[in-house]
Design a protein around this ligand. Sequence first.
Ligand code: HEM
Length: 404
Amino acid sequence: MTETVPSQDGLPTARRCPLDPPEELGKLRAEEPISRMAFPDGHLGWLVTSHAGVKAVLGGREFGSRADLLRAPIPLAMAAQPTEVSPGMFTAMDPPEHTRYRKLIAGWFTMRRMRQLEPRIEQIVAEHLDAMERVGGPVDLVQAFAEPVSALVISELLGVPARDQDRFLAATKALFGVHSSAEDAIAGWQGIREFLLELVAAKRADPAEDLISQLVTEGDLTDQELITIGSLLLVAGHDTSNNQLALSVHALFRHPEQLAALVADPELVPGAVEELLRYLTIVHIGSIRAALEDTELDGHRLAAGDAVSLSLSAANRDPEVFEDPDTLDITRSASSHVAFGHGVHQCVGQQLARAELRVALTALLRRFPDLRPAGDPDQVRMRTDSIIYGVHELPVTWGNHTES
Ligand code: HEM
C-alpha cells in the first residue's frame, strides 16, 4: 500500500485529559497504526502509533536520524531555522559517527556509576526537603524540589559549578518552549554554548573528577564538539527528570489510591517509577526518523527520504502490549515501555533518571507522608507548550499547613 492522502495534518497534540495522550492518537493506533501525516513544512510523511511500529522504526537500520532528513512534526520556532548541525551533535547522527560519540559518554551513565552517585543524590534530595520543611507549605514542588534537584544532579556529574545554574535554567526554558520565538530559542542555545565554552576552558586549565573533565583530557575532541556534547547532556539531563518527577507527583495526586499504596510500601517505588514513565511519556512530541532507503513497514511502502513521526505516548498505551493501558497501576510490570526510546539512540541517561526518580520519590513521601495538592489540581498549568510534557508548577502542602 502506498497511500498518498494524509490522515493527519501534523502530530495531534490537544489533550482532553491532561494525563492521557490526544484521543486521535489512540484512534489511529486502533485503525491505522502506520498512517500518512502532512508535516508542517508540507512534506508528506508518516505517523506511527503502535508499540510494534515504533520499535521497528527506532530499531531498524533502514531508518536514520541524520539532521538533513529530519523534520519537526509540529510547528516549532527552531524548525524555521536552516538545518545546521553543530560538530558533536550526536543525536542527529547515524552509526558509525553516532557510535564514536556515544561510546565516549555511555560509561558515565552505567548502573554501577549510578550506584556510586546515589549517596550524593540522596544528599541533594535531603537538603531540598529540609529547606521545604523549614519554609513550610504550601510550596511549589517544581521550584522548591524537582527543578533544583535534577539541575544539581546533572551538574554534579558534568562538573558544572552550582553557582552557574540559573544561567542554564533560563536558557533551557527559552530553548524548549514551543511558543518561544526563534530569537529566544537561538538566544537560549547560544547562552548555553557560551557558558559551556567557559566551562571547557576552566576544565582544560584545571581538570577534576567529572564527565566534562574526562572528555577534555581523554576524548580527543575539539572545543566545538565538547560544547555541543556538554550542552546536550545538560539540557537533556535536566529538563526531563525535572518534569517526570513533578508530573509523577501530580499523577499520584490524581490517583490517591496509588499514592496511598506507595506511601504504605516504599518497596513499590521502583515499579511505580517504571509505570509512571510509561503512563506519562513526557517526550510527547518526538521522536522523528527518516527512511534511508526504500523500505516496507508492516505492509506500507516507504520511500527513501520519507520522514516518520513516532508517538512514544501512543505506543506506551498500546493494548497489544499493556493490559488496560489507560489505567495507572504501580504494581504492573511496565518495563517494556518506550518512554526512553529504543535502538541506538535510546536514552543514554536512563539509569540516572531512574536513580533520581527513585531516590526523590522515596524520600519525598517518607518525609511528607500526607503530601497533598495545595489548591485545585484542575487548575495546574500543564506544559502543553513544550516538547517535554509536565507541569509548570505544582503547589503542594503537608502536615497542618493550610491548603492555600
Ligand atoms: C535520548 C527520554 C532523562 C540524556 C532520549 C530519548 C528519549 C529520552 C525518548 C530518545 C530520543 C530519540 O531516539 O529520538 C528521556 C526521559 C528522561 C530522560 C523520559 C527522564 C525521565 C535523561 C537524562 C539524561 C538524558 C537524565 C542525562 C544526560 C539523553 C541523551 C539522549 C537521550 C544524551 C540522546 C542519545 C543518543 O542520541 O544516542 N531520552 N530521557 N536523558 N537522552 Fe534522555
